[in-house]
Design a protein around this ligand. Structure first.
Ligand code: NAD
Length: 366
């Protein structure tokens, strides 16, 4: 006999509710008493291949917050891999706690959890996890990428991410101005960290007029001195006279407050989840005629880099060749957005799903 009360409880539970809403395949809760490791691995979709996505370590305020984060991030990886033409699914892991808790034993225990999934999930670096951590994880599992270049890994993915972002920006400029040349274009780069600083170099080389901002004044002065870019106070970055806004720091910077202030024709940057509300702010940009280069496509260089490593015998040229495709894909998305009068982000998600569905059928065929 079916216990309808229990069924109802299960259907309405917070975790299954979220998994159902976002379409995940699996959520793995890991705990290890001796090391204190608490990790959650989210596997969103493995139709195209194993779920690859970094591990983030964060002092989450609650378990719910960690679960929400891993579910949201792993879903994003599915779209990123699919739209980039990679044979990878979407996954992500979060470790709950202060990054100071990390030790060899702690990381190797996490590696064993990854290994227990038999290759369905492949890990890499993310916030508060570096190449040294990946080396410890690699002692327990072969399902890990993001190893240092001296160990045959892909090393720092940021230059490839910056290159893809630059190409996505050029594609968006082509749509907005009829030419993809960035010469003389005023570009505001928000955040000159790992990716931002490489992006600035590409822009300066092409003759763009570059404005930079960051919360660290010393970093700004170094980049300004090296490149000739103009420094802007972080508070005023949305208000300056610019053609292109390149968010390369935080997510959700395209929101109710900033859309009114931005006077640009193009938004193209490396930050994840730039639109605070994907649906609402995607539509607002469309209405305002601002060309938006979807973040998860144009910042896919990092994933492309670890994919090249995953294929074996890491080859940087191969990573750059794959990243070159970002330009054409971005043009196709923006064409679809224009033709169907839908936000670019929505067009990108639809194209990613179409590929997953088509490849799902290929895999089912005899
Ligand atoms: P990073 O931490 O090296 O750089 C971020 C920079 O933004 C830092 O210099 C920081 O001081 C600055 N910053 C923070 N808050 C700011 C604010 N309010 N105003 C202005 N500047 C601010 O990170 P990164 O690796 O360069 O990545 C940048 C963004 O791109 C992140 O959102 C990241 O998730 C995304 N991303 C990075 C990669 C990669 O390969 N590194 C890949 C995909 C996506």
């Amino acid at each position: 006999m079916v216990d309808t009360k229990t069924q109802e409880t299960v259907r309405e539970g917070a975790i299954y509710g979220q998994i159902t809403a976002l379409g995940h395949e699996q959520l793995v809760i890991c705990y290890d008493e001796p090391t204190g490791l608490k990790a959650i691995i989210g596997i969103h979709n493995t139709v195209l291949g194993p779920a690859l996505g970094g591990t983030r370590m964060w002092n989450y305020a609650s378990e719910e917050e960690a679960i929400t984060d891993v579910l949201r991030l792993s879903r994003g990886m599915t779209f990123k891999a699919a739209i980039s033409g990679l044979n990878l699914g979407g996954g992500k892991a979060v470790i709950i706690g202060d990054p100071k808790l990390k030790s060899e034993a702690f990381l190797r225990r996490f590696g064993r959890f990854v290994q227990s999934l038999g290759g369905k999930y492949i890990t890499a670096e993310d916030v508060n996890m570096g190449t040294q951590d990946m080396e410890y994880i690699a002692m327990e599992t072969k399902h890990v990428t993001g190893l240092p270049d001296v160990k045959g890994g892909g090393g720092d993915p940021s230059p490839v991410t910056a290159y893809g972002t630059y190409l996505g920006m050029k594609a968006a400029a082509k749509k907005a101005y009829g030419t993809d040349s960035l010469q003389g274009k005023k570009v505001a780069v928000q955040g000159i960290g790992q990716v931002g600083k490489y992006l600035v170099n590409h822009l300066i080389k092409e003759g763009a007029e570059v404005f930079i901002t960051d919360i660290f004044e010393d970093k700004l002065q170094v980049v300004a001195k090296d490149t000739g870019a103009t420094v802007v106070d972080p508070k005023f970055i949305y208000d300056i006279d610019m053609d292109i806004y390149a968010p390369c720091a935080l997510g959700a910077t395209v929101n109710d407050e900033t859309i009114d202030r931005l006077k640009c024709q193009v938004i193209a940057g490396a930050a994840n989840n730039q639109l605070k509300d994907e649906e609402k702010h995607g539509k607002l940009l469309l209405e305002k005629g601002i060309i938006y280069a979807p973040d998860f496509l144009i910042n896919a260089g990092g994933l492309i880099n670890v994919y090249a490593e995953y294929l074996g015998g890491y080859n940087r040229d191969l990573a750059y060749q794959q990243a070159d495709k970002i330009y054409d894909t971005c043009i196709s998305i923006l064409d679809k957005s224009e033709k169907e009068n839908i936000p670019a982000q929505q067009a990108a998600i639809e194209m990613a799903w179409n590929r997953i569905q088509a490849m799902g059928k290929v895999k089912l065929s005899h």
